[in-house]
Design a protein around this ligand. Structure first.
Ligand SMILES: *Cc1c(COP(=O)(O)O)cnc(C)c1O
Length: 398
């Protein structure tokens, strides 16, 4: 395949190959066109980019470093490097797209941000951006997640956001998205939907991808500066796929770099026990776009589960589905126990406590290192694990 085709933008209708698109109620179509037009204008606007870059640097703390994990490397006989998104303000990659979305909302004269959140990381990042830019903020969160991720609920409230606990269905991310979208449909004239991953109806996947691509741009340059070459392979965890697509975009056209997306296998391969949409999903439509969707025997989106709340989404970003189909990215799985082991490995060997989401990527990086196929592996540490500490300790003691 022609290299230029790999790093594609979606079509006007928002399709990456067979995936993506915009399946929306009629009354929202005009508004989504306005968002698309505003995005196309502002992404190339000098003033917008100056403002965003100032915030990324002086507020979020970018660039995040690439760190050579010497101790882990010694243990496994392979060079492991970490892209440190955990060091960003608010502790994960989500601040990258949140600042972008909030700035875009400001430019569109919106006064409120509406968002869903799983682990609470996106909610915190959006509440942070809303506080910074003087916007109101409503965050929808599954009731189970509000209990599991209480520190993040407290942070959102301190930041001035309204946290709405969602009690329908499995009381996790999928229902939070549903409820947030219903609320947005009623308030779209004054509010902006601020989606939390590279998913949703067009143009949201491309907006999130655009704002997260800073990860891969930085990582490629930093890796070249430190080692004089590109990594043999790169690894990121995939929930909806925003941290992964952000990293991958920097390397898609480097054919010598193998790329791995890591999905959560949770407790196993049975329906409802995992959130590995690419691995076990079938083509379907969820939340306004076409992708691989985990489905029950009736073809409805099934429950998704992972020990990492930020990964338990039954769909996956459309560009990932395309990259999977053309074979440019390999998608594989890591289960709960492997992720928790990696959580401790990185903590004890490098003094870095990763998020449980990121621990999936770390676990897979270690797996690749053990296989001795590659000399240099770059792993995206999408976020820090402070939010998971209480949960992991409880699980250990139970
Ligand atoms: C939300 C989250 C993820 C999963 O989201 P993606 O859109 O797939 O990146 C991964 N890691 C952390 C730390 C998160 O907070």
């Amino acid at each position: 395949m022609n290299n230029n085709k790999i790093n594609i933008l979606p079509t006007e209708e928002g399709f990456y190959g067979n995936y993506g698109g915009q399946f929306l109620p009629d009354e929202l179509k005009a508004e989504f066109k306005r968002i698309y037009d505003a995005f196309l204008f502002f992404k190339d606007d000098v003033e917008f980019n100056n403002e965003l870059n100032y915030l990324l640097k002086n507020y979020a703390g970018r660039p995040s470093p690439v760190f050579f994990a010497k101790n882990l490397s010694q243990k496994y006989g392979c060079e492991i490097y970490l892209k440190r998104e955990d060091l960003n303000h608010t502790g994960a990659h989500k601040i990258n797209h949140s600042l972008g979305e909030a700035l875009l909302a400001k430019k569109m004269c919106k006064t409120k941000l509406i968002a869903e959140t799983g682990a609470g990381q996106h909610g915190v990042a959006i509440a942070t951006a809303a506080a910074l830019m003087g916007l109101e903020c409503d965050i929808y969160m599954g009731e189970i997640d509000t209990i599991k991720e209480k520190p993040n609920v407290d942070r959102m409230k301190i930041l001035g956001a309204n946290v709405i606990s969602v009690t329908s269905g499995t009381k996790t991310l999928k229902e939070a998205v549903d409820e947030a979208f219903i609320a947005y449909s009623k308030e779209y004239k004054t509010a902006m939907y601020a989606i939390g991953s590279a998913v949703g109806p067009h143009p949201f996947p491309m907006i999130i991808e655009h704002f997260q691509s800073v990860i891969g741009r930085e990582a490629r340059q930093q890796f070249l500066e430190q080692t004089g070459k590109l990594p043999d392979c790169i690894v990121a965890c995939v929930g909806g796929g925003s941290n992964a697509i952000g990293l991958f975009n920097g390397f898609l056209e480097d054919n010598q770099v193998d790329i791995y997306g890591v999905e959560p296998l949770g407790k196993g391969s049975a329906v409802g026990d995992n959130a590995a949409s690419m691995t076990y999903g079938k083509d379907g439509i969820i939340h306004g776009f076409k992708c691989k969707v985990l489905q029950d025997s009736d073809g409805n989106p099934s429950n998704a589960y992972s020990v990492a709340s930020g990964l338990d989404y039954p769909g996956v970003g459309p560009k990932h589905c395309y990259l999977n189909e053309i074979g440019r990215v390999k998608y594989d799985v890591i289960n709960d126990d492997e992720a928790i082991n990696a959580f401790f490995e990185l903590s004890r060997y490098e003094g870095i406590i990763p998020a449980l989401e990121s621990s999936h990527a770390v676990a897979y990086g270690i797996k690749l290192a053990k296989a001795h196929k590659y000399k240099q592996i770059l792993v995206n540490v999408s976020g820090r694990g402070d939010k998971d500490i209480e949960f992991v300790l409880k699980k250990m003691n139970s």
